[in-house]
Ligand binder design. Sequence first.
Ligand code: FER
Length: 309
Amino acid sequence: MFGCTPKSNGRVLIPTVALVLACSIAVGQQNRPPRGGFGGPVELGPQDKQNYPEPTDAIVQSREAVPKGKLEMIEYDSLSVGTRRKMNVYTPPGYSSDNSYPVLYLLHGIGGDETEWQRFATPDVLLDNLIADSKIVPMIVVMPNGRAQKNDRAEGNVFAAAPAFEKFQADLLGDVIPTIESRYSVQADREHRAVAGLSMGGGQSLNIGLTNLSKFAWIGGFSSAPNTKSPQELLPKPSDTKEKLRLLFLSCGNQDGLIRVSQRMQRYLDEKGVPHEWNVDAHGHDATHWRNNLYHFVQLLFKPAVDSQ
Ligand code: FER
């Protein structure tokens, strides 16, 4: 949620000096106002198209007649971080231990925490609506804190905590997932486990998901940040990845200066023939992009394959 003109529905999470610096560097690089907030100039290729239609605000408008799921903030002891941590958990309407549910782990950005997705996109309302319209498989959505360090608040220079986002893999695999699977009625296998995120969380999802395909078959990165490892590192044997993946969904706004991160991955996937979804819309590094692409992504989850690019 950064930009040269921060949107009103998000906190300004980056110190002003750094923001001005990031913007002026970007301006200097291209000699005109940057389309993203940070990152470099945006260069679009023929592949960079909007493949999913622009949803309306109705996707996050609560409808009275629609059965409501439940959102709860739970706590767990993280052995890897050595503290008690929080995560926000959505269970779908009518959740019952007589059934078992697939799970989406949904990861926030560099200035966020376990409350960020809810503030940006109200996934509870979004999923309630999609379930009511029979457009998605009822699922649990887990929104943990991806900053795996003892003080996990988004305070001060949020970029200084970037290494803690890398350490989060141990917390997710060793503490978050086992906690969820012990407390909720979950389909605990790769075919019923997804990981996706926005910006830093997109990078984490690609880094963790693509290197742990025995745990995740469904992966999404929205406006993935430069913490995303190189495609060669994440898919050293593309044919192996191709065999195991059920979905790899990438999205970015064409006003987002970080789009080159996603483009690099997308070009590699194309070159190696790894099926994926790629959605470039007209947004920036902002909550509307994340909300809209979450909306498209969840409709693909835990279902038979769609036609891939
Ligand atoms: C960077 C620019 C942006 C970076 C991370 C971000 C690790 C993350 C942005 C976000 O999460 O919104 O250079 O480096």
